[in-house]
Write a protein that binds this ligand. Structure first.
Ligand SMILES: Cc1ncc(COP(=O)(O)O)c(C=O)c1O
Length: 510
């Protein structure tokens, strides 16, 4: 007879003729909304959620792990995309930050350490580690992500330190962003992922795989080929499409010329671009290790840590924020069952589960779209991000060559640049303000900055996700002008080429 209220009531589930006097829930007849209507891109008729679906959207969650329809979509989706090789379960959360807060609260105590990439998502260091008294342990990064030998070195030093009286406890967890890393834009190669996973096994370290940009990735050659085409366009070469994107690019270019600025345009045939990005099918093919409709490319997309997790040490954090909308505040966590159980109770205590309206809306959209609709939606957003990325890289090539180095992003929203001849990017901050352009200084995303506010970094992050084509060009041009003045270097004419090669560089620093 002993059990939690939920488990006692749950033992009646499916029994016919039960009169339940247990739940302190409001009566659905008093809910204000009788139906919800949604209009979706790519679906001609409105979707209307009525009856039990409308009630479920307004009622407390019937299942603590998430609305059954959304949960079952998520479970099937995780199985198809990651096929975890050991048993895992799924839990719907209020987005990735929420999950990260809960995971670190459950696993880490004040005084513990957390392995993080040398540059990392500042929410982890500032808003989670700082207030909780957790010490971030920076692990070196290069253009391919975490450097395995660096991880090994940090771990063995930390273990020696833990053995000393008064030393910090040995690290239990690695927090990592494997795709389109925030802030460095890098995507960890498949070989690196395998090595990192093996090191974590060897040192018995859990992996928190925070992968919000998983759905915003593309083949590594895509951006380079678009940038090469941008060069052709700039030289007056043939435009490749007569579409609205081209018209917008041409208008932007005209605007620049009117202001005396030569313009970098990336002319895109959106049809070709949509076919060149992975979509959902490409991600599925990559998961299966097979060749997708767009050829070799999709088979080369790296697979997740979850997909290689033979001993249940991965806690994978996904979010709907970057491929649907952040305002929904929804995501999901995949981990072994005891971890999911603990997180489920924590979520129950925090929020009684994610917002019912959001879950109903997302579930309604995913059902209406089906895989084909989601594939089209993902292609649309991947193509748009890839295009903006190519524009910012082409603008960087044009304006920043000789002033900075960068790596071509394979996904995400960020171009990470390392300034040449400037060791502390902060030095240019006042001049950026004067030039009215904001670029994030690297120190603010350096894992050591919470402990040591005097950390300096020669790197800066350019976010290309929300800026118009014209503003991307002009923003980079203004940035370059500031840098040029600062280093007192030779000014390059608009459109001029540089003797300095356009090559990937190591990220990291200080
Ligand atoms: C690495 C990383 N994790 C998590 C998040 C937040 O995701 P969510 O909106 O799901 O909380 C972001 C958003 O910028 C991010 O860059």
């Amino acid at each position: 007879m002993q059990g939690t209220l939920r488990s006692l009531a749950g033992s009646f589930a499916g029994m016919p003729g039960v009169i339940s006097l247990t739940a302190g829930f409001p009566p659905p007849s008093l809910f204000p909304f009788s139906s919800l209507s949604l209009r979706l891109h790519g679906v001609s008729e409105d979707i209307t959620l009525t009856g039990a679906t409308a009630v479920a959207a307004q009622q407390y969650n019937s299942s603590l792990r998430g609305h059954p329809s959304l949960l079952s979509w998520t479970v099937a989706h995780v199985a198809a995309l990651h096929a975890p090789p050991s048993p895992h379960q799924v839990l719907i959360t209020n987005g990735a930050n929420h999950a990260l807060e809960l995971i670190t609260s459950l696993f880490l105590d004040r005084g513990d350490t957390l392995l993080v990439e040398e540059y990392t998502y500042p929410v982890i260091t500032e808003s989670i580690c700082g207030p909780k008294g957790i010490k971030p342990l920076p692990v070196p990064l290069d253009t391919h992500g975490i450097v395995p030998s660096g991880l090994r070195r940090v771990l063995s030093t930390a273990i020696q330190d833990a053995a000393r009286p008064g030393g910090s406890p040995r690290p239990k967890m690695l927090y990592t962003i494997p795709t389109g890393h925030n802030p460095t834009g890098c995507t960890v190669t498949p070989e690196r992922r395998r090595e990192i996973y093996q090191i974590c096994r060897e040192y018995d370290v859990w992996i928190i795989e925070d992968d919000p940009y998983f759905y915003l990735q593309w083949d590594e050659t895509l951006i380079q080929s678009m940038v090469d085409r941008a060069e052709v366009d700039r030289c007056g070469g043939a435009a490749t499409a007569d579409d609205s994107a081209h018209a917008a690019a041409a208008a932007a270019a005209a605007g620049h010329r009117a202001r005396g600025l030569a313009s970098t345009t990336v002319t895109t045939d959106l049809g070709t671009l949509h076919a060149s990005v992975p979509g959902l099918t490409g991600l599925y093919h990559a998961a299966a290790g097979s060749y997708g409709p767009s050829g070799v490319a999709t088979a080369q997309l790296p697979r997740s840590y979850l997909s290689m997790d033979v001993d249940q040490r991965v806690i994978r954090v996904d979010t709907f924020s970057k491929f649907l909308a952040p305002g929904l505040r929804l995501g999901w966590v995949t981990a072994r069952s005891d971890v999911i159980d603990k997180l489920t109770y924590a979520i129950h205590a925090h929020t009684v589960g994610p917002c019912g309206f959001s879950q109903a809306v997302v579930s309604g959209a995913l059902t209406a779209w089906g895989d084909a609709g989601l594939d089209a939606h993902l292609r649309r957003i991947q193509a748009e991000y890839a295009k903006r990325c190519a524009i910012v890289v082409a603008a960087a090539k044009r304006h920043l060559t000789g002033l900075a180095e960068w790596t071509l992003p394979r996904g995400g929203m960020f171009l990470w640049v390392r300034l040449l001849g400037i060791n502390d990017a902060n030095e240019v901050w006042p001049a950026l303000k004067e030039a009215r352009v904001i670029v994030c200084p690297g120190y603010a995303m350096h894992a050591g900055a919470v402990e040591n506010p005097s950390v300096t970094s020669p790197c800066m992050r350019l976010a290309f996700s929300t800026v118009s084509e014209a503003d991307l060009e002009e923003g980079v041009a203004r940035f370059a002008q500031v840098l040029r003045r600062h280093v007192g270097g030779v000014s390059m004419p608009n459109g001029g080429s540089s003797a300095v090669s356009f090559k990937p560089s190591a990220v990291g620093g200080t």
